[in-house]
Design a protein around this ligand. Structure first.
Ligand code: AHR
Length: 635
């Protein structure tokens, strides 16, 4: 039986693959010259791209457990909040537009309690993001802003309550609520319990009076124990992808449907109470808890570099800002943003970052000007890009500036290409960049995916992805970075706005799709140079890339057999002295439809095999529908 290891992602097979002596019946020959490097592999080739889509942050990576913590309402009421009237208690609740704790949050939830006592309390409950995940013996830290019409309201009870039993699992008491807005922290500690997401939060009082609440927040333990931080299970999955960069903050999310709904970074920094929240183009409100500094700290946690996209004057509903004087405030806003990210404490915006709790500047190499500006029918991008380019280069000559479409009037440093395709297209297009002009801009494949499978890709999509990635690696002298998109999806009903996303989750658990594992495999064995190679007599849909890690003297072969037939193969390493034992990591499936899901998360996971008897010429059979990395150590 295989046993789990390799950061819990890969299964190790205790039986081995034996390299078959060279003259077995084979139909393909792959000849590799490990000591003939062709070109450098970009060390930043694989990274992450996310945005507020599919409840990626709110209800996803950003660990906040309270949904609609700032009490937005619509015709149906106050979203995800309900009145609590235990026993004989009587109360009503509404949005009060006349009072709130800050100019960013000028409204609040007003609860008028007409009758309540210590046993029969009244208040409000929050359902969380399709529930609230609770684990045993764990502390959940929270806070709210509150005020009351009189001290009579007495202590307020905060409880985590099981949906089914109605029993409180953890309770805290908050006292001292007075006539002025103030933040009240609390902690809720669970005891022995089965992990469950069928829970909700209740805030209630046992006295008559009026209570106002705003910014009710609750966090589980987070990755690296950051306050206002990220979910541990999802961060662990991202860390296993060895990402070199994070493209932030989007995607369409950068642009917004309308100019006033763009990602206004200045409204996403500082204390949460100063963040007004804004509408994402993916049709829900963003809490902006994942603000600019949180994005950067996420980069820090996973040792990625930020690829910062700045708003460049185009929003999705065909709204654009004319280049020239009209665009100047947006250019200045981008310059301020770069100063916030990279500036010292002696700069205006660097000092603001220090005030926000991060004294050290962040390393920044790439800045993207806009997103998918080919959709701007006004044709204004050439001039908008040029205006941003001039201003940014004048102050930051070392930055590499990415254009979001091909330009005619100037050569950008880097061009961002996007591909959302079916597997057949990726098989046909795996050589896309093989003959690309090397005198043009460098390429960032800032969004790409094989879109087959929902909510997450199936094995067929993973094969398309892997075929495509062999082309990215082969051409990584040109392609400096590439990122799959979208990365995350909440699989609850209503959670998904875009089909085929790499990692799925609900409130309590998460899983990687076959495409996720293909990414993990490719990024874990990147190498630093491509080497000379030749494939002969290959069957249909066979793809490969060959790289070497010159420091470790390891050869990495990515071998993708997307056909239904096994592919026998001879591997020849003329002049090389491979060690007899190699390592093979394989992801394979009986068909293209097989996939992982929230209830069957480990149906397809990579399996690691030792390969014995490797020599300068040996054979290997690739099963149908398989992706593998072969690591060969060289003398
Ligand atoms: O990844 C989903 C969307 O696809 C991105 O927001 C956008 O840039 C692209 O069109």
């Amino acid at each position: 039986m295989p046993k789990k290891t390799f950061a819990s992602l890969v299964t190790i097979a205790i039986f081995a693959v034996c390299a078959v002596p060279a003259f077995a019946q084979v139909s393909a020959t792959l000849t590799i010259h490990p000591d003939q490097p062709i070109s450098a592999v970009s060390p930043t080739l694989y990274g992450l791209m996310t945005e507020e889509i599919n409840y990626s942050y709110d209800g996803g990576l950003y660990a906040e457990m309270v949904r609609n913590r700032t009490f937005r309402g619509d015709w149906s009421g106050i979203l995800y909040w309900y009145l609590v009237e235990n026993g004989n208690a009587r109360a009503k609740m509404e949005i009060d537009k006349s009072t709130g704790p800050s100019s960013a949050l000028p409204t609040s939830l007003k609860i008028d309690i007409e009758q309540a006592d210590a046993r029969d309390q009244a208040g409000a409950l929050n359902q969380g993001w399709w529930g609230m995940a609770l684990h045993h013996d764990t502390e959940y830290k929270g806070s709210f802003y509150a005020k009351a019409d009189s001290a009579n309201i007495g202590p307020v009870t905060v409880s985590l309550v099981n949906d089914d039993s109605g029993k409180a699992i953890a309770t805290a008491t908050v006292s001292g609520i007075g006539a002025d807005w103030k933040q009240f922290p609390f902690a809720l500690k669970t005891g022995a319990m089965e992990p469950s997401s069928s829970n909700h939060l209740v805030i209630s009082a046992g006295h008559e009076g009026t209570l106002w609440l705003q910014l009710v927040s609750l966090f589980p333990p987070t990755y690296h124990n950051r306050a206002n931080g990220n979910r541990v299970d999802l961060m662990d999955k991202l860390a296993a992808m060895h990402p070199a960069f994070l493209r932030l903050p989007g995607g369409n999310y950068l642009e917004g449907d309308h100019i006033k709904e763009r990602f206004e970074w200045k409204k996403t920094i500082g204390p949460l109470v100063n963040r007004p929240t804004h509408r994402s183009p993916w049709n829900y409100q963003s809490s902006d808890g994942m603000g600019l500094l949180e994005f950067l700290e996420w980069c820090e946690d996973l040792r990625m570099q930020p690829v910062l996209a700045v708003y460049a004057g185009y929003s999705l509903a065909q709204e654009h800002v004319n280049p020239g004087a009209d665009l100047e405030p947006y250019v200045q806003d981008a310059l301020d943003e770069l100063e916030y990210v990279t500036g010292g404490p002696d700069t205006k915006w660097g000092a603001e970052r220090v005030k926000d709790g991060h004294p050290a500047p962040f390393k920044l190499t790439y800045v993207e000007i806009g997103n998918e500006d080919n959709f701007d029918k006004s044709g204004s991008y050439e001039d908008r890009y040029a205006q941003f380019y001039k201003a940014i280069k004048a102050k930051y000559p070392g930055l590499q500036l990415i254009a979001t479409m091909p330009l005619k009037n100037m050569k950008p440093d880097v061009q961002d290409d996007h591909y959302y395709v079916r597997a057949t297209q990726n098989f046909a297009d795996a050589t896309h960049y093989d003959k690309a002009d090397r005198s043009g801009p460098k390429i960032f494949v800032g969004e790409w995916a094989t879109r087959e499978g929902t909510p997450t890709p199936n094995m067929g999509a993973a094969l398309g992805d892997a075929a495509w990635m062999t082309g990215l690696e082969r051409n990584s002298d040109l392609i400096v970075m590439a990122s799959y998109a979208p990365l995350l999806v909440n699989v609850n009903p209503g959670g998904m706005q875009w089909e085929t996303d790499l990692i799925g989750y609900n409130a309590i658990k998460s899983y990687g799709s076959p495409s996720y594992y293909a990414q993990v495999m490719f990024a874990s064995w990147l190498g630093d140079h491509t080497v000379a190679s030749k494939l002969e007599n290959a069957g249909a849909k066979l793809f490969y890339s060959a790289t070497i890690n010159t420091q470790k003297r390891q050869l990495y072969l990515k071998l993708v057999n997307a056909s239904s037939d096994p592919q026998p193969m001879q591997i020849a390493l003329p002049g090389a002295l491979p060690k007899a034992m190699a390592k093979l990591v394989r992801l394979s499936a009986p068909d293209t439809q097989t996939t992982n899901s929230i209830d069957d998360p480990n149906r397809l996971v990579p399996v690691e095999w030792p390969v014995h008897d490797v020599s300068s010429r040996f054979s290997l059979t690739l099963p149908g529908y398989s992706i593998q990395v072969l690591q060969i150590d060289l003398e």
